[in-house]
Design a protein around this ligand. Structure first.
Ligand code: SAM
Length: 298
């Protein structure tokens, strides 16, 4: 595991990428826009870790979210077949179109990733039909919506290799006992794991929190066979609505049901009423959903 650097200092491996990033910002007279989560990666070793984690092959199609100054994009371009990089910042997108012009397998799309349907994007860019990977140093202010956007997309990625806040990564990979709504939401679609911890000093300007590189391997089918996903996640959300309460109380409150009815559902699903939402396994949520939806629809 990598050593954490003391806050307020850049990582020792940050030298040349820091110079490169600061040089680009000066050359184009730009200030990093914190509102857009612009913290540029300046650590060579972390860059290498991201590329290795993505297990790139020459036939891979990559969707990169937020290429920024294009440091990661260049590396992706060298090892993947095609890179579709979506950047919201029009100034950065215009600069990338110029600076990355020699990279013929890269296309810069100046759009909001959350307003861009992956299937449409792939079609517009005439990407091969054999799947795609998401690789990104994410803008942290939209981490959960971005994950949801791709995990729930009609055409899902094979894997996602994404830099997120360390605390968020830990929530996503949490085991029963520590689970949150976000853990269930991600683990429903795939197997997440933390590849490495990444200190704040690996970015410029330095964020206030440490980060972690996360890889999610999506399942061919979600972990639970649930036809009505909105209904399922409404149930899970209700369970976590007062997560310090016992599940019987949080469900009664979150779903607006009589406590006696909730107790009966829990009994049928073989889940003790004193349990708390964070202790339930995915299978137990699945059982609870079966009982709940049978009662609701029947
Ligand atoms: N990939 C670069 C790197 O690693 O140095 C920059 C990463 S920076 C953390 C996040 C990038 O996402 C910024 O370039 C920012 O402008 C862009 N961004 C923010 N919101 C976005 C959105 N909704 N859609 C697409 N890009 C976005």
């Amino acid at each position: 595991m990598r050593q954490k650097t003391a806050r307020g200092k850049y990582h020792p491996a940050a030298g040349s990428l820091l110079n490169q990033s600061q040089g680009l910002l000066r050359r184009f007279n730009l200030q990093p826009r914190k509102r857009l989560g612009q913290h540029f990666l300046i650590d060579e070793a972390v860059l290498k870790t991201i590329i290795e984690a993505a297990e790139l092959t020459p036939t891979d199609v990559i969707i990169e979210i937020g290429p920024g100054l294009g440091i990661l994009t260049r590396q992706l371009s060298q090892q993947a077949g095609q890179v579709i990089a979506i950047e919201l910042d029009s100034q950065l997108a215009a600069i990338l179109k110029r600076t990355l012009a020699p990279f013929s397998n890269v296309v810069i799309v100046n759009k909001d990733v959350l307003k861009t349907e992956p299937a449409t994007l792939l079609k517009e860019q005439a990407a091969a039909n054999s799947g795609y990977k998401v690789v990104a140093n994410l803008p942290y202010y939209i981490t959960s919506p971005v994950l949801r956007h791709f995990l729930e997309a009609q055409v899902k990625p094979q894997i996602m290799v994404v830099m997120v806040q360390e605390e968020v990564a830990e929530t996503i990979v949490a085991a029963p006992g520590q689970m949150r709504l976000l853990s269930v939401s991600v683990q429903f679609y795939g197997k997440p794991r933390i590849i490495s911890q990444v200190p704040a000093g690996c970015f410029y300007p330095m964020p206030e929190v440490d980060s972690a590189l996360l890889r999610i391997d999506l399942y061919p089918q979600p972990a639970l066979a649930v036809a009505d996903r909105d209904g399922f996640f409404n149930l899970v959300r209700a369970g976590f609505s007062a997560s310090r309460k016992q599940i019987a109380n949080s469900l009664a409150q979150g779903l607006g049901l009589e406590k006696a009815d909730v107790l009966s559902l829990l009994e049928q699903a073989d889940i003790a009423q004193q349990r708390r939402a964070q202790t339930l396994t995915l299978d137990e949520w699945g059982r609870l959903w079966q009982v709940f939806s049978r009662g609701r629809d029947g």
